[in-house]
Design a protein around this ligand. Structure first.
Ligand code: 6PG
Length: 237
């Protein structure tokens, strides 16, 4: 079985392309799951300047660190400063993960909120934005961790992340991510080149956590800058 990646775009400005795709899903009144970390900040800042209809959209988070929303490590805090605080018109419905409650309680609460928002039906996101760590993780699904094997729960706690920041996490699981209509990876920087090469090459369902993202019927697009697309040989050792 081949890689599930249906579209790989190597761009001078992948953040702009990501902002366009997120903006389209938002203007269509969709349910959109945002990524944390640092890569998407430029896309969110671009999105805040675009002519987007926010009032019918619902924003969710693919994962969160178990810290206060005012902590510099908070994914919600990053989205609030890069995007939400810059919106001047109608606001989206924002559903943050209450990571400060601890991984398991926050995960259970978020799962209940998702099921309520989708009237008890299996949640289907219109777009899920993901990044990739240098170890090939996405959301907070780290290699060789129980969360990666979860096939029933929609959201779980992660007691010990595989990379910094070394705080517990809350993460959407693969079944929830793979149910989406569109999954978009936004990956920049040479330090990701090795993980990207495996994401593109590995067959569906095998390998790195990011390589396990294979939407059942949705689109899977990888947006890259040139250093991230340069292949494993160029990756930093
Ligand atoms: C997080 C993110 C995580 C991120 C990757 C890449 O909470 O850290 O959701 O999955 O997408 O770690 O992070 P950078 O964009 O900072 O490289």
């Amino acid at each position: 079985m081949s890689s599930p990646v249906r579209e790989k775009l190597v761009l001078d400005d992948p953040a702009a392309a990501a902002a366009e795709r997120i903006g389209s899903a938002v203007s269509n009144g969709g349910h959109v799951a945002l990524a944390g970390g640092s890569s998407p900040r430029a896309a969110y800042e671009r999105l805040a300047t675009m002519d987007v209809e926010w009032s019918r959209a619902t924003l969710w988070f693919g994962d969160e660190r178990c810290v206060s929303p005012d902590d510099r490590r908070s994914n919600f805090g990053m989205v609030r400063s890069a995007l939400l605080d810059r919106l001047t018109g109608a606001q989206p419905d924002v559903r943050r993960i209450e990571g400060e409650r601890g991984p398991d309680r926050a995960a259970a609460a978020y799962e209940r909120e998702l099921l309520a928002a989708f009237a008890g039906q299996p949640p289907v996101f219109d777009l899920v934005l993901l990044g990739i760590g240098a170890d090939g993780h996405c959301a907070s699904l780290f290699p060789r961790q129980p969360a990666l094997e979860e096939r029933a729960r929609l959201v779980v706690g992660v007691a010990r992340p595989g990379l910094a920041p070394w705080v517990p996490r809350v993460t959407m699981t693969l079944p929830l991510i793979n149910a989406a209509r569109e999954v978009l990876f936004l990956v920049t920087g040479a330090e990701k080149a090795r993980a990207v090469a495996r994401l593109i090459a590995e067959p569906a369902g095998r390998g790195l956590p990011a390589s396990l993202v294979a939407p059942a019927s949705g689109a899977l697009t990888v947006l890259l800058d040139h250093p991230a697309a340069a292949g494993p040989a160029a990756a930093v050792s």
